[in-house]
Write a protein that binds this ligand. Sequence first.
Ligand SMILES: *[C@@H]1O[C@H](CO)[C@@H](O)[C@H](O)[C@H]1NC(C)=O
Length: 215
Amino acid sequence: MATHILLLSILAFCFSVAFAFEPSPLQDFCVTDFTSSTLLNGKVCKDPKLAQASDFFFSGLHLPGNTSNFLGSKVTPVNVAQIPGLNTLGISMARVDYTPWGLNAPHTHPRATEIFTVLEGTLHVGFVTSNPDNRLISKVLQKGDVFVFPIGLVHFQRNVGHGNAVAIAALSSQNPGVNSIANVVFGSNPPIGADILTKAFQVDKNVVERLQTIF
Ligand SMILES: *[C@@H]1O[C@H](CO)[C@@H](O)[C@H](O)[C@H]1NC(C)=O
């Protein structure tokens, strides 16, 4: 009995320790070495003596993205792919442009929480909680408003104002990743079997096949 209590106490102690997703860096920085072909969990660092200001720099976020597409929105990412010096630092950002009624379609970031602010316009934004509740938590944002999309949850933004809208997002990973729901479900390569999606979505096979031709 005493050993059980001791064991439980040790277990309780172990599980009270919180582990961060991205451990603190072990050096000042780790600028991506694009010439290395070594694969590891992140990107290879180049010699820190060779680091330049340009490794920590991006220019052009004042420029609107091209929203001429069926969604009427464009994300301009600024992550480790654009700024090599972001490697291992656990942070990145993006600009999002929207035409009137433009939509940033439902998607998730598998590796980042997002904090999002409206620079111009009016956006209806929301995210959905995990199973079993699947609660939609949504709000209409005005210029200067800030909203949070928790890591891994499906979220979206739609322009419900009269003019164009612009937002800036900050993300808690240098490589947040994006899973666009429609694309991962109906646009995978090779496609998920239509019989699987027919059963999962409880619709006719021709509906699934139509969605698969779109995405
Ligand atoms: C915007 O994208 C559309 C569709 O891809 C293209 O036709 C158009 O030339 C682009 N406009 C600019 C200014 O790049």
